[in-house]
Design a protein around this ligand. Structure first.
Ligand SMILES: [Zn+2]
Length: 412
């Protein structure tokens, strides 16, 4: 368990940076309260971060007349990261500061099925990187809809992209000369939630995404569970219907084949709710306007999701569930079927578990990918392997340059 608790402390270091980035400067006592860390541990963590040049002490704050507390702030020049979301028909880029603040975004059309897909991605990435800021670029995080064997080599299997054993990480590292960390996009989002979102105060939580597919990220004891081959969390392929509709994975009756966007649209067209060329926005609008068939379609999807998710919650016992994804804009309609089915299928002791729905922006997936890099300096378990070491090295070089005195690198 020693390794696990070290990972927890390291995630706390990232969470301190994230808090200062998102909320501005704060005292050690503020940070202790906000992150649920003891004052003694906070003193130690902030001493290390100051030593590493990542945060700085600001002027004393003595507004209430009590003993003045030193405020801490981010060393703004400590670094930035680039996050990339790859899907079948486009890629989205973001540049974020070390505290998670969004600096720049872009989106480009992309054909994942092309034989030149990887070299095209290199070209687009180089173009985006060239327009970046002055702070040192710590690395590039890439989120993909599929399974990734290891974050560092980034070998991708994805039915959505049509990729089998594509060595994306190695190819990008060679072409860009930067650390590159690749992971499943829901795992990346889960790390972003742990650092910057509602997962900040929780060590065990489940992130569930609804949209084109249905996915889950499992955070247990503060770390994202990746499983034996990087494929943990595939809730979309929980079998729910005997001889149900065919799924992209090759099986039949998977959750995703019943409540994913394509399935909802197919059913809406079959039932004459939607014109053949209308999409999810039209289906949501129909439900908003009171079309009972459209509402029932979402409600049924919520019911099916609720039962499947209850099974997962009964097994892994998270503290909270965070719902995300393009599909949450219609959650009011889903929840009608979801709530009774979900609560009613949980074992009695777990029925009060909170389900929070987070707002969703187009950039959220790519911001999740950037969190792969921002979490890496504190990745004590070494999940990011050699690429994590390179990110730490870049951060340490920056710190030495700032000190001008060549402080010993503390990146190990
Ligand atoms: Zn499936």
């Amino acid at each position: 368990m020693a390794i696990r608790s070290r990972a927890g402390a390291d995630v706390n270091r990232s969470a301190i940076l994230a808090h200062l980035g998102a909320q501005g400067s704060a005292s050690r006592a503020d940070l202790s309260r906000a992150l649920g860390v003891s004052p003694a541990l906070m003193t130690q963590l902030t001493r290390d971060l100051i030593g590493d040049g990542l945060i700085v002490e600001l002027d004393r704050s003595s507004s209430n007349g009590g003993r003045p507390a030193r405020l801490l702030g981010l060393a703004s020049s400590a670094g930035r990261a680039i996050g990339v979301k790859v899907v079948a028909d486009h890629v989205a880029f973001v540049e974020v500061g070390i505290g998670g603040q969004l600096l720049r975004t872009a989106s480009e059309p992309f054909d994942a099925a092309s034989v030149l897909a990887v070299s095209e991605l290199v070209t687009l990435l180089k173009r985006f990187i060239a327009g970046g800021g002055d702070a040192p670029l710590l690395g590039v995080g890439v989120g993909v809809p599929g399974s990734v064997l290891q974050q560092q080599s980034g070998v991708v299997d994805s039915t959505q992209l049509g990729w089998t054993r594509v060595p994306l990480g190695d190819a990008l590292q060679r072409a860009l000369g930067l650390p590159v960390i690749v992971d499943n996009n829901v795992n990346a989002l889960s790390m972003a939630e742990r650092l910057f979102g509602r997962g900040r105060g929780h060590r065990d939580f489940l992130v569930v995404t609804i949209g084109t597919g249905v996915g889950a990220g499992i955070v247990t004891d503060g770390a994202v569970l990746r499983g034996h081959g990087g494929g943990a969390g595939e809730i979309g392929h929980v079998p729910v219907e005997l001889d149900g509709p065919p799924c992209q994975c090759g099986n039949r009756g998977c959750l995703e084949a019943i409540v994913g966007e394509a399935a909802l649209l197919r059913r809406a067209r079959e039932q004459g709710i939607l014109a053949p060329d209308a999409g999810m926005a039209a289906l949501r609008a129909a439900a908003d306007e009171g079309d009972a068939r459209a509402q029932a379609l979402f409600g049924d999807a919520g019911h099916t999701l609720g039962r499947a998710l209850a099974g997962v919650v009964n097994v892994i016992d998270p503290e909270i569930i965070i719902l995300l994804g393009e599909g949450v804009s219609a959650w009011d309609h889903w929840s009608f079927g979801f709530e009774p089915a979900f609560r009613g299928s949980l074992v009695p002791g777990k029925r009060g578990i909170p389900v929070v729905v987070e707002s969703w922006q187009d950039d959220s997936w790519a911001q999740g990918a950037a969190a792969l890099v921002l979490a890496t300096p504190f990745d004590a378990e070494g999940v990011a392997g050699d690429q994590g070491r390179l990110v730490r090295q870049r951060l340490a070089e920056q710190v030495s340059a700032q000190d001008g005195a060549g402080t010993e690198a503390s990146g190990s």
